[in-house]
Write a protein that binds this ligand. Structure first.
Ligand SMILES: Nc1ncnc2c1ncn2[C@@H]1O[C@H](COP(=O)(O)OP(=O)(O)OP(=O)(O)O)[C@@H](O)[C@H]1O
Ligand SMILES: [Mg+2]
Length: 301
């Protein structure tokens, strides 16, 4: 039965009820011949039953479809988890061999060094993509695990800024850190580092000229890490949807920049699991600041 047919039957059913109740109300039914009254009662009854049967069938079908979708979702999650862990080993090997080539493979020409750097960057991007995919399914299945340790935010920020300096320099951008104070937090260092890497990588990606500055400060029982750029900025309309899964802003400035739109969704979901949050302030054409706020101590679960 098509949707259109269902609508027609529902409509007829409603019309019949209205007629029936209307006639009853105006007490005109008594004036009609008995056969017409009976015919109308039977018609309403038949329509009512068919409506009920249709409704039950429709609900059953919807439940079946929902169940099938759930099964497909579980299969998809299992496949990504399995494929992700299978992909991690060869990517790690590629990165280790390139590192070996660069450090102990004898004298390399400038061209060979550049090629080695490109392989390193591309395999790094691939590693991040696989990690994003695996982590997003772990979040969906609620099977993500955290390892809490004490670590210093200043050291972490320095490490990330240093790692991005060559890439930024290639683009003619300046990446710097503000702050010298040691700030120890109890959280998951690897996860916080990935969140910060996502934000700094975005800041560089979406800044054609100028600078990216990473700073941090203590705010009561939280620390805040700010990633500020002088990039393309984000409109108010896009800000509302920015943290949605797979959301990417479509504009002239972003059309050639690759990405999946998973980074921000993942970053905020993970930081929230750690008891913190990620927020954004931006002005189109001026720049953007992302703020990671993280509790200093482990949050109560
Ligand atoms: N610092 C920024 N300045 C301007 N726009 C940004 C900035 N960071 C993110 N965006 C916009 O938000 C969108 C979503 O970012 P997100 O990091 O989730 O995905 P992505 O960078 O497109 O891909 P990936 O998943 O590989 O990180 C981007 O496509 C971009 O349009
Ligand atoms: Mg990104």
């Amino acid at each position: 039965m098509t949707k259109k047919a269902q609508h027609i039957i529902t409509f007829l059913f409603l019309v019949a009820i209205v007629l029936f109740v209307g006639i009853k109300l105006f007490d005109e039914l008594n004036t009609l011949p008995l056969q017409i009254e009976n015919a109308m009662t039977i018609a309403v009854f038949v329509l009512m039953v068919s409506f009920l049967v249709l409704h039950i069938a429709h609900t059953r079908r919807a439940a079946e479809i929902a169940k099938a979708f759930q099964q497909v979702d579980v299969l998809k999650q299992e496949f990504i988890a399995m494929a992700g862990s299978e992909m991690r080993t060869p990517i790690t090997n590629i990165r280790a061999y390139v590192e070996l080539l660069r450090t102990s493979g004898g004298e390399l020409t400038q061209e060979q060094k550049d090629l080695a750097r490109k392989i390193e960057n591309a395999s790094g991007n691939l590693k991040d993509l696989v990690s994003d995919m695996v982590e997003s399914t772990e979040l969906e299945r609620d099977s993500i695990t955290f390892e809490y340790t004490d670590f210093d935010i200043e050291t972490l920020v320095s490490e990330v800024v240093e790692a991005f300096t060559p890439i930024a320099r290639e683009k003619g951008l300046q990446v710097s850190k503000e702050g010298l104070k040691e700030l120890v937090v109890h959280s998951d260092r690897v996860k916080v580092r990935r969140a910060l890497v996502n934000l700094v990588s975005n800041a560089i990606k979406y800044t054609p000229k100028g600078s990216v500055i990473v700073s941090y400060l203590e705010e009561g029982d939280h620390v805040e890490i700010h990633v500020r750029d002088s990039g393309i900025g984000i409109s108010e309309e896009d800000l509302k949807k920015l943290f949605q899964k797979f959301y990417r802003i479509k504009s002239k400035e972003t059309e050639t920049i690759p990405g999946t739109g998973l980074g921000l969704w993942l970053t905020r979901a993970i930081i929230r699991k750690l008891g913190g949050n990620v927020e954004v302030i931006s002005t189109k054409g001026v720049g953007t600041t992302f703020i990671i706020s993280l509790p200093v101590t482990r949050p109560a679960t």
